[in-house]
Design a protein around this ligand. Structure first.
Ligand SMILES: [Zn+2]
Length: 137
């Protein structure tokens, strides 16, 4: 299809050189310029859906790919065999805390145990990109 279109256009230009000249003066205008993201939304390694909000994403342990925060919480809840009356909160720096289900934000002493989820030594590239982009502002 594309090849055919190109061929017919080339023919047209040869026959009407003046019109071709006019065309070159016109800027290549895209009717609906899509905002170009720095990189396409990566797929979550757990649920397979794109992770559009990298700020709330957590680096998946296996390959450091960004995963949905909720997906990691769900995964950790299973992996850490949380009790019915326990839940996970994000403490920051890739660390989750196991707290009582009735935990209220700010009760630091309520954290029963901490789970270092993200690899502290190995910052994923997508996270580095985010921090450098915002540090320069
Ligand atoms: Zn997910």
């Amino acid at each position: 299809m594309n090849g055919q279109n190109r061929d017919s256009r080339r023919e047209g230009r040869q026959n009407q050189p003046r019109e071709a000249q006019k065309n070159t003066n016109q800027p290549n205008f895209d009717p609906k310029p899509a905002p170009q993201p720095t990189r396409p939304a990566p797929d979550c390694p757990i649920c397979g859906k794109p992770v559009t909000d990298l700020f709330s994403a957590i680096a998946y342990k296996e390959n450091s790919e960004p995963a949905h925060f909720e997906c990691i919480v769900k995964w950790l809840t299973d992996a850490e065999k949380l009790a019915e009356d326990e839940k996970l909160v994000y403490l920051g720096g890739g660390v989750f805390g196991v707290v009582p289900a009735n935990f209220v934000q700010g009760q630091k002493l309520a954290v029963k145990r901490m789970i270092q989820y993200e690899n502290k030594e190995k910052k994923p590239d997508w996270r580095k990109e985010l921090s450098s982009r915002y540090a320069s502002r």
